[in-house]
Design a protein around this ligand. Structure first.
Ligand code: GDP
Ligand code: MG
Length: 682
């Protein structure tokens, strides 16, 4: 018995569908109508390699919306008749436009074979397509055909049989609609999946997408189901959320994202030897994605982003610190003589709230700038530019911005990983971020480099520290990718949505949603953490040295002996650095200000230069100072970063793991620096 396969031929009008249909079926054709409508339905049958292949010529369409009779017929045929293969015939000389229909078949999860027809014309116009690459990105086999010369017909049938035999839906490829829309899709999908009358014939993801597309036909279907009203209400909310962010109706944003997906795929896998593109976005991309200019422009943009964020936030942060000091002073006036209570309020509560709030300006500003870059479409270009390099270290183009932001502050950097859709990529990017040396660690380096290194090598030492951080981050990324977050870095389309003017409302919504989330979720952790640390450093005695924290510092100090800086004061400073890295300098300042010890109390720099071990040797040499800086670079992230990892991974496991992992890495790296340095005679 020969096997039977049904193939539906789809494609834009004039893509060569009828020509290919005739090539395949020859004279064995039958013309009728689709049931109930006067749209012509052509069918034919052929025998090929033992298969009886039934071919149906669908109406030529540009999309699969519910607005046109032809499009509705085409899509209902696929949903109702469930053909084994859909051959999407594409006019390759008009690629982007024709691929729009393809994105709709991908949404439908149809078993696709793409016939890149008119290949002769496309070649003449100077288009060269990397078939393997594009086929991987679109998740469907591609066959080049020339319909009117009958070229590629048997290959087309071979691929169709392959797909039909595989039966399973094509893996992997989905049209990426971006984080906000994806979240709404996922949300609607889960609501739809609960409605039993809807599942089976339709995929709930497709229904969700169609609701956001404002599809009348799907709305009608859903309305009839038991929870229909509820689902439609939720869909309405999702659509207006999208509209509030992007300023356009959700169906327009969806269409734009589909074009972005196509444009990304085509930019990656097709090259035009003769320039024929004309749209404004393409014109801008000619400059911004230029081989020579692209990266320098990108770095200027990033530099400006940093500059704006950190210089605008600095005065606001100072204001918050001043308010904090003012409130502290007020408490001392109101509660004179109430030593412990006063300290709890000032050093515990006010300092705790302060350390949450002090991050707020930088976070909100950074998210503001990021929203601007994202909504305008530039962020996608940045990821596109860096993708090749980032893949070499096992990451994604989108990981680059968060890593860069880490040099400013790891908290917003970790929150910025939300633009990374792939979970594996996202987690790795989050977990390596603490190794990017944040701004708060700089005062510590400044102190120790100033005290132990000559001015002319100071810059190199500092660079060395940052460099070690980057190297460790790359090694960590590779390790995590290999052993924890396995799975290939599937190459998928780097979307290039058209540039658009961001709306003020969209940007502020973006900024507020993310910034607020940080304050709400991380706030509690930081606040509670600050109080706990206060308790540890004030009880039972009231002074740091004799407190639990001090005792703990003394107890763990010996583990730093092989690293060259075993002093309880340094250990306590490191522990204070857990609240905020910049606290380490302040704590050292307090601990080294004992006027009774010779050499102490002049300046912190003098004090640490002349600090001695119990046996009388100098505590710090340039080598042990360097080992300490390496340790500061790598050890446990501050509590705000801990909280950010907690929020973004939605688990306590990862921040706790990071606490141990980073500290272990810090110890080992610092050990190597100190011991190797010593054996080399430094
Ligand atoms: P349909 O509207 O999709 O059914 O397209 P047709 O099959 O009617 O083809 C439209 C025109 O394109 C016809 O004149 C065909 O001869 C021509 N055509 C079809 N395939 C090719 C091809 O691969 N290359 C070129 N140059 N012309 C083609
Ligand atoms: Mg035709």
């Amino acid at each position: 018995m020969p096997k039977k396969i049904t193939i539906a031929l789809a494609g834009n009008p004039n893509s060569g569908k009828t020509t290919i249909f005739n090539n395949l079926t020859g004279s064995r054709q039958h013309v009728g109508n689709y049931p109930g409508v006067t749209v012509e339905k052509k069918e034919g049958t052929l025998l090929y390699k033992g298969y009886t292949i039934h071919v149906v010529d669908l109406p030529g369409t540009y999309g699969l919306t519910a607005y046109s009779k032809d499009e509705l017929i085409a899509r209902n045929f696929i949903i109702d008749e469930n053909p084994d293969v859909v051959i999407d015939i594409i006019d390759s000389s008009n690629l982007e436009r024709n691929l729009y229909l393809t994105t709709q078949f991908i949404d439908l999860e149809a078993p696709l074979v793409l016939a890149f027809n008119m290949h002769d014309t496309a070649e003449k116009e100077g288009l060269s397509i990397d078939k393997e690459k594009l086929s991987e990105l679109l998740g469907s086999p591609i066959v080049f055909t020339v319909g009117n010369k009958k070229l590629g017909m048997s290959e087309l049938l071979d691929e169709a049989i392959n797909v039909a035999e595989r039966k399973t839906p094509l893996e992997g490829t989905i049209v990426r609609y971006g984080r906000e829309i994806r979240e709404e899709i996922v949300h609607l999908e889960s609501v739809i999946a609960e409605e039993e009358s809807l599942i089976g014939k339709y995929s709930s993801r497709w229904l969700a997408i169609k609701l956001l597309d404002g599809d009348r036909d799907v709305r009608k279907k859903i309305e009839k189901s038991t929870q229909g009203r509820e689902i439609l209400e939720k869909a309405g909310k999702s659509a207006s959320h999208i509209k509030s962010i992007f300023g356009d109706p959700s169906e327009a944003v969806m269409a734009e994202r589909r074009y972005g997906f196509i444009s990304g795929a085509v930019s990656e896998a097709a090259r035009r030897t003769i320039e024929t593109r004309h749209s404004v976005s393409d014109a801008i991309d000619k400059v911004l994605l230029n081989k020579v200019l692209g990266l320098p422009i990108f770095f200027v943009v990033v530099w400006a982003m940093f500059k704006v964020t950190f210089s605008l936030s600095a005065p606001m942060m100072r204001l918050i610190e001043r308010a904090q000091a003012f409130l502290g002073g007020l408490v001392s006036v109101v509660l004179p003589g109430e030593g412990t209570l006063e300290s709890l309020i000032v050093d515990g509560v006010i300092a705790g709230v302060g350390s949450v709030l002090v991050f707020a300006p930088v976070i909100f500003l950074l998210f503001l700038v990021m929203a601007l870059l994202e909504d305008s479409g530039y962020m996608a270009r940045a990821a596109f530019l860096m993708d090749g390099f980032m893949h070499k270290i096992g990451l994604h183009g989108r990981s680059f911005i968060p890593m860069l932001l880490g040099f400013g502050c790891n908290v917003p950097a970790i929150m910025a990983t939300r633009t990374i859709e792939d979970r594996q990529d996202r987690f790795v990017t989050i977990l390596i971020n603490p190794f990017m040396s944040c701004g708060a660690r700089l005062p510590i380096y400044a102190l120790f480099i100033g005290a132990f290194f000559q001015e002319k090598i100071a810059g190199n030492v500092l660079f060395g520290i940052y460099f070690i951080g980057i190297v460790i981050a790359i090694i960590t990324a590779k390790l995590f990718r290999r052993y924890i977050f396995k799975g290939e870095t599937a190459s998928f389309v780097m979307e290039l949505p058209p540039y658009r003017m961001p709306t003020a409302k969209g940007i502020f919504t973006h900024m507020w949603e993310r910034g607020y989330l940080y304050l709400k979720k991380a706030g509690t952790i930081i606040f509670v953490g600050s109080i706990v640390l206060w308790l540890l450093s004030h009880f039972p005695s009231g002074t740091m040295e004799t407190s639990y924290a001090g005792a703990m510092g003394k107890k763990i100090t010996p583990i730093f002996k092989p690293l060259g800086f075993d002093s309880w004061k340094v250990t306590t400073g490191l522990m204070a650095g857990f609240i905020g890295k910049e606290n380490m300098v302040a704590t050292l300042g307090i601990l080294y200000s004992d006027k009774n010890v010779p050499g102490e109390g002049d300046s912190l720099r003098d004090s640490i230069q002349s600090a001695r071990k119990p046996d009388g040797d100098k505590l710090f040499t340039p080598l042990s100072a360097f080992a300490l800086m390496v340790f500061v670079l790598l050890y446990a992230p501050c509590i705000a970063v801990f909280a950010a990892i907690r929020v973004e991974t939605n688990s306590l496991l990862w921040p706790v793991f990071m606490l141990f992992y980073t500290t272990a890495v810090a110890w080992i790296a610092s050990f190597i620096v100190y011991q190797v340095g010593r054996s080399l005679g430094f």
